[in-house]
Design a protein around this ligand. Sequence first.
Ligand SMILES: [Zn+2]
Length: 367
Amino acid sequence: MNFKIFAMIFALYYLNTTIAQVDSLSPKISNSQLVDFEISKNSDLKEGILNLHSFISKQDTSLTICKDGIEYRDFILSEFFPEYYPLYYLEYHLLNILQINDTKFEVEILNKLDYEKLGNDYCFQFEANFIYNAILSKVNNKWVVDLSLRHANYQKQKTSFGNIYHLNNLNKGFYKDYKMFLKKTSKQFHLSKPNEKLNYIIGNFEIFGFPYSMSATNRYFKKFHLIVSKHNISIDKHEFSHYFFQDYSFGLFLNEGLAVYNGGSMGMTFTNFLKFVKETYIATFSDEEQKVLIEKLLMNQIEGGSFLPIYYACSGLILQEYFKKNGTEHFIELPENDWKIKPADFLSKYLEVPADKQVSYLIELLK
Ligand SMILES: [Zn+2]
């Protein structure tokens, strides 16, 4: 992970904590001069673009089609209207229109945060959240936004192997690794096998129409029982861990802590990921400014959490301490009231670390 990505995630964290209370108002939508020029020549297209504006401002799904099914449509919508930010802070800028045929146009849409409204020093790193290519299509005399998967390769019939629906031809080695990992996890945590079939897609977000996406890493989407994996053949143990534990509605801390402990992160094993976090954060600890920043970060994070690697590492480390003490086999019997427990409460309740010692406890664990 380079500094730019770190800074972006860092900014995300601050955005998360600073704008959460603001109401969702309509996002700002604008056209480029090029788009305005094109629609000035074509009144029919003008109507189409107005429908696209309406779709963006009202999130009007009656104006959409998706031949790949409702779960993919909902998945794309969740990316198009990111939950992280109230809509008020988002800008959608229609950059370009490409005519495909008489009733089909491709519209390039840039999504970014409104810096002025945010007035937040931390968002200087953001250029854009994503660029999305939407197909505007005229169906039965009505303009709709086509949210289907983008590439023909991925539009073929889904096939099923065991518990996995996939759009790619997964090889035998993949299933063997998957089954072994499932067996190991089930045994270790006394976990029953997942009931829900998994939707699995290998590829990046471009297949959904996002040529550029800030969040184009491997991800598990619980709502859609979907893993989107950038890797081609090997299983991503972190994302598969999320899938195995999906019946438990753990909050961010336990959810990511478990996935990191059981499956590592960013393509690394838990051990290597910890090494990476230590080298990235702790190695610079002598610098006073960095020390203060880390302490502040850890203080914020024991209260809530974010998607920073250091937080993932801490969550995994806290659970590792818990497992050393209690073993893994009874973890899923944790009272449901505690599924969304904050790290601070978990530390005091299960590891007897008092509030005033928690930050230094985490620093010790990270060393
Ligand atoms: Zn995760």
